[in-house]
Design a protein around this ligand. Structure first.
Ligand SMILES: NC(=O)c1ccc[n+]([C@@H]2O[C@H](COP(=O)([O-])OP(=O)(O)OC[C@H]3O[C@@H](n4cnc5c(N)ncnc54)[C@H](OP(=O)(O)O)[C@@H]3O)[C@@H](O)[C@H]2O)c1
Length: 277
């Protein structure tokens, strides 16, 4: 049986014949994560949805269980806290839920000069964007390696390729996600597990408001990619086992051209792009 979801034709029978994949998606209550959950549900796969907004996750659970006949487990968790990933992992083990696709999507940014930024916010961002993602990857990767199969998708950004004045910590966290994901993918690829790092450009979601970046040139007055198209692109790339997936032709050109551009100039250009309109 084939299902069509926002232009993505998903051969759900193919997945069903092999083994019905269960996906864990962090940050599934909004934006790209919510659309990734929709795409996965449309394939007939079960889901574990993790975020802080429990009522939104419960709403999605009802939507997917009703329209896609899949099982959905909701875990309300602040992933910026120490050991949050371990707590989720232990909860799933106690319920005998095994994860075939791990999608580390939760993340946030913060706009402004680093010297004036709130330390607590920086710490939470580093914990969520880096530490939790790394711990989730290690915990589920070990199980996937034992089974000899599994897919992981880590959501970075085109920011991963650039130094980011006015969002210095956020850009640096995404550089970590890119570097870490490529390195571990190299270690495990021959063992049946792939790690895909998704690099979206500016995307329509709650991100720009959470980051207080709505008035930066990057977001204001521009036609942004939709969360749906980014999710469909990323999900396909994960299924194909692509290692680095940069969404959008212009983003692809930018991410690659910076390698041949003096770094000082790149940093100045990013500063211009990030400045308020
Ligand atoms: N939008 C863009 O322009 C853009 C571009 C490149 C990369 N990205 C990346 O794409 C990913 C998804 O972002 P988005 O654009 O979809 O933004 P979004 O709409 O703001 O979604 C962010 C998700 O992360 C979750 N989250 C945030 N803090 C959390 C915490 N402490 N604990 C648990 N979950 C938390 C949120 O859920 P709760 O609030 O319910 O916890 C929400 O589901 C992020 O990693 C982001 O860095 C976004």
């Amino acid at each position: 049986m084939k299902r069509v979801w926002h232009g993505l034709t998903v051969a759900s029978s193919k997945i069903k014949n092999k083994h019905m994949a269960t996906a864990l998606i962090t940050g599934a209550s909004s934006g790209i994560g919510m659309e990734l959950a929709r795409v996965h549900a449309a394939t007939g796969g079960d889901l574990v949805l993790v975020a802080r907004n429990k009522s939104k996750l419960e709403e999605l659970k009802l939507e997917f269980e009703t329209s896609c006949s899949v099982k959905v487990l909701v875990i309300e968790k602040d992933l910026s806290l120490p050991n949050a990933a371990l707590e989720v992992y232990n909860e799933l083990n106690s319920k005998n839920v095994s994860i075939d696709y791990l999608i580390n999507n939760a993340g946030f940014g913060d706009f402004g000069f680093f010297a004036e930024s709130d330390w607590l916010k920086n710490e939470q961002m580093i914990h969520l964007n880096i530490t939790t993602l790394t711990q989730f990857t290690q915990l589920f990767l070990r199980d996937m390696l034992k089974r000899g199969s599994g897919k992981i998708m880590n959501v970075a950004s085109v920011a991963a390729f650039l130094p980011g004045p006015l969002m210095a910590v956020y850009f640096a966290t995404k550089a970590y996600v890119l570097s870490f994901s490529e390195a571990v993918d190299n270690e495990v690829r021959s063992k049946g597990v792939s790690i895909t790092v998704l690099c979206p450009g500016a995307t329509e979601s709650a991100f720009k408001v959470a980051a207080a970046a709505e008035n930066s040139r990057l977001f204001k007055g521009r036609k942004l990619a939709s969360s749906k198209e980014v999710a469909i692109y990323g999900y396909r790339a994960m299924l194909q086992g692509k290692s680095v997936a940069i969404h959008g032709v212009m983003n692809f050109i930018m991410a690659n051209s910076v390698r041949f551009t003096p770094r000082k100039l790149v940093t100045k250009l990013v500063r211009m792009m990030q400045s308020k309109v």
